[in-house]
Design a protein around this ligand. Structure first.
Ligand SMILES: [Zn+2]
Length: 280
């Protein structure tokens, strides 16, 4: 059976920032890499001059995602059609189509339906705090975990599709060493680590309180140029500069590896896998 990898994310640029090296690495190795993106990033801040030629922010960011998908070598992007919920507490959270308003079981069934169509052996998504506590990332994490369980349950029907049981589920992890460095260095640049990110709404100190084991590290040095080109596609989000200069610089230090926790099957030892398909 053809090796197939499925990544489930919330917004255009999530596929590149975080796990893009891994997706490019597997696509380059001949694996079919599919992406599910729950929203079109409708709430992202975009400079007005970038919108020329596009009907909306969502339209522009969908275009940027397709550009990045081409650079990463993805087989197909599947949109779930929800609306970007914005950061926690923003009025966009209340929009009736916002991802955070959708019941987790509904989103999970949609993802499960796609899993049975795409038939991946390996599924990757955000960690339980959505990387940096973005509400949409947490929604996608929760729905993907339920979707994985649904597809492993023979009794639960998803349309008229045949049963397909993916074998492994991973969560992408930003290494805490990376965050620790950011927290230490930010004051040197006159920045407050509890007000991180383009909009100052990411509390790194709170994120650091949640630690997750790293069970797999993927070295993507061979394809780092593809990841860089995919980043450049997301020009409306500042390309690779979206979270500021320090982060870009630090990501370079960590740039040849991406880290994952293995959620299923649970990891029983401290050995770190170098391949998400190990044992398949
Ligand atoms: Zn996102």
């Amino acid at each position: 059976m053809k090796k197939t990898l499925l990544a489930v994310v919330a917004h255009p640029d999530d596929e590149t920032f975080g796990m893009g090296g891994t997706l490019a690495y597997y696509a380059n190795s001949g694996v079919d890499v599919h992406l599910i993106c729950a929203t079109r990033g409708e709430v992202g801040e975009v400079a007005s001059e970038m919108l020329v030629g596009y009907k909306s922010v969502g339209d522009l960011r969908e275009h940027e995602l397709c550009c990045a998908a081409d650079e990463l070598g993805l087989k197909k992007v599947h949109f779930l059609g929800y609306r970007d919920s914005g950061m926690q507490g923003s009025p966009e959270n209340q929009h009736k189509n916002a991802l955070v308003q959708a019941p987790v079981n509904k989103v999970a069934r949609e993802i499960a339906h796609l899993i049975r169509q795409i038939k991946p052996q390996v599924v990757v998504t955000f960690d339980p705090i959505g990387g940096y506590m973005h509400p949409d990332h947490i929604s996608v994490h929760n729905a993907t975990v339920v979707a994985f369980e649904i597809t492993r349950d023979e009794k639960i029907e998803t349309g008229n599709l045949h049963l397909h049981q993916p074998q492994k589920l991973y969560f992408h992890i930003f290494p805490r060493g990376f965050f620790r460095l950011v927290v230490k260095l930010m004051p040197l640049f006159g920045k407050d680590p509890s007000r991180f990110g383009k909009n100052g709404d990411i509390n790194l100190a709170a994120i650091m309180k949640n630690d997750f084991p790293i069970n797999a590290k993927i070295n993507y040095r061979k394809v780092s140029d593809k990841r860089d080109r995919a980043s450049a596609c997301h020009a409306s989000q500042g390309g690779d500069r979206q979270s500021g200069y320090i982060v870009t610089w630090l990501l370079r230090l960590f740039s040849s590896h991406e880290s994952f926790m293995r959620a299923f099957p649970p990891s029983e030892n401290r050995r770190i896998e170098k391949d998400l398909f190990a044992g398949i």
